[in-house]
Design a protein. Structure first.
Length: 161
């Protein structure tokens, strides 16, 4: 990591690009039945945008099954947060929160100033949340109100999507 462009690394760890779910044959059968039923409903009600969205979701799930996620390195630096090859300066980050409820959730959430940039969740793996929090607090405000996983993360984990 070139120190001059991203700043001095304060905390770093390696995590998966996206969660790899172990899906059973039963999961695929149930998902196929539900997807087919929703697709038939979309066609019968002439909701073609919904049908296209369903097909896109199916294709994405199929393609994600074909290859394993990559490992990415996350660096919290003096100038921002580097996630793989994407650098986010602290001026772009509105606040952060650490949700730590092992073994279910160990996540760093970054909320951005731009409303076009979605809330980003980064799995913490084996990082000490207190050291991470202390590293971020001089640069970004901590959102203490967010103390649970987002609904998106909970549903993605439970539904294995």
């Amino acid at each position: 990591m070139p120190e001059q462009s991203f700043g001095k690394s304060l905390v770093s760890w390696e995590t998966w690009e996206y969660p790899k779910h172990d899906r059973s044959l039963r999961w695929y059968i149930i998902a196929g039945i539900v997807g087919t039923a929703l697709l038939l409903y979309a066609i019968l009600t002439a909701s073609f945008p919904f049908a296209v969205i369903l097909l896109m979701i199916g294709i994405i799930i199929f393609l994600s099954h074909l290859h394993d996620p990559a490992r990415v390195v996350v660096h919290v630096t003096t100038n921002g947060v580097l996630i793989g090859h994407h650098f986010y300066g602290y001026k772009e980050v509105e606040n952060f929160s650490v949700v730590y409820n092992p073994p279910y959730s160990k996540v760093l959430y970054l909320d951005f100033v731009s409303r076009w940039h979605p809330l980003t969740s980064i799995p913490l793996e084996e990082v000490d949340p207190n050291i991470l929090r202390e590293s971020l607090m001089p640069y970004v405000i901590e959102n203490l109100a967010r103390d649970h996983e987002t609904l998106n993360d909970v549903l993605a984990r439970l539904l294995k999507i």
